[in-house]
Design a protein around this ligand. Structure first.
Ligand SMILES: C[S@@+](CC[C@H](N)C(=O)[O-])C[C@H]1O[C@@H](n2cnc3c(N)ncnc32)[C@H](O)[C@@H]1O
Length: 273
């Protein structure tokens, strides 16, 4: 009871003081060109399986009824689509107006799915499950911003709700930093897309810059993505500070498999204290 009053007072403080997470550094890369090509680059990503993982985790670790899901950093709305198909009410929020536009186009006519261009302070109401998928937390570049982000997530969750996110494992990437890669993909339209990625990791700053060059339909363009490589221990500590309790860190995307130090991609399953 006491903790719930504390959380309410605290949330009012966060929301009324318009505390905003500075997303400029990473966000301006999710621009017009990247948003148009994003779903093509990630055509093979299994959003359906990831969404079933989210549903499975919720059914195991929360006791409350799941009705409303918030998809934070929803991008082009692919998880939101799958969530809506499962029958839940879903709200996607993303600071990139370009990504939100594609999310709206991708989900036209779906009544249980809505999108908000903005930050968590623009989200109204409470949810039973908040998800933030595909490295969104790695786009939050400072400790202060990340704690603010977690606190704001806590504020939009019902007591007993769950927060699930995936990210790079900063411990794994410090042992074996991400490598350069070139991928050529055949799209369902039979066209081809070529993506070359140069990775630069700063161990001192726990930062990863991915410089990507894309070739599609005879056009070339480049975009850089900045990431902060958070270690699981730091994430755990910040989650506690934001009144979350960490249930499990798993290898993506299997609720039954605990993450190991060498797993590059991991997912955090947390509930509200
Ligand atoms: C790699 S994309 C992931 C998009 C989507 N979740 C998916 O799985 O395809 C990262 C997204 O995070 C968004 N983003 C960046 N900083 C953010 C922040 N501070 N809060 C919420 N979203 C953010 C970007 O605009 C972008 O759409």
């Amino acid at each position: 009871m006491k903790s719930s009053i504390f959380v309410r007072v605290f949330c009012n403080f966060i929301l009324n003081n318009n505390m905003v997470i500075n997303t400029k550094e990473t966000m301006e890369n999710y621009d017009f060109k990247l948003s148009r090509i994003y779903d093509k680059i990630f055509q093979d990503k299994d959003y359906y399986a990831e969404t079933l993982f989210l549903q499975d985790a919720f059914s195991r670790y929360s006791k409350i009824k799941l009705e409303k899901i918030l998809d934070i950093g929803c991008g082009t709305g692919r998880h939101s689509s799958e969530i809506a198909k499962l029958g839940y009410q879903v709200t996607g929020v993303d600071p990139s107006s370009y990504m939100i536009q594609i999310a709206r186009d991708n989900n036209k006519g779906i009544s249980n799915c809505e999108f908000i261009e903005g930050n968590l302070i623009d989200v109204k109401g409470k949810y039973q499950l908040a998800v933030s998928m595909f490295n969104v937390v790695n786009h939050i570049m400072s400790l202060d911003e990340l704690i603010l982000f977690f606190e704001a997530v806590r504020c939009v969750l019902d007591d007993g709700g769950l927060f699930i996110f995936d990210c790079f494992n900063g411990a794994a990437t410090s042992i074996d930093p991400p490598r350069n890669r070139s991928i050529e993909k055949k799209l369902s339209s039979n066209k081809r897309i070529f993506v070359n990625t140069v990775c630069e990791t700063s161990l001192m700053e726990s930062r990863l810059t991915m410089q990507n060059t894309v070739e599609y339909e005879g056009e070339h363009f480049s975009f850089n993505l900045e990431h902060r490589l958070w270690s699981p221990m730091i994430l755990d500590e910040l989650l506690r500070k934001a009144n979350f309790r960490l249930h499990k860190v798993v290898k993506t995307f299997n609720v039954d498999v605990d993450a190991s130090i060498s797993d590059y991609k991991i997912a955090f399953i947390c509930d509200t204290k």
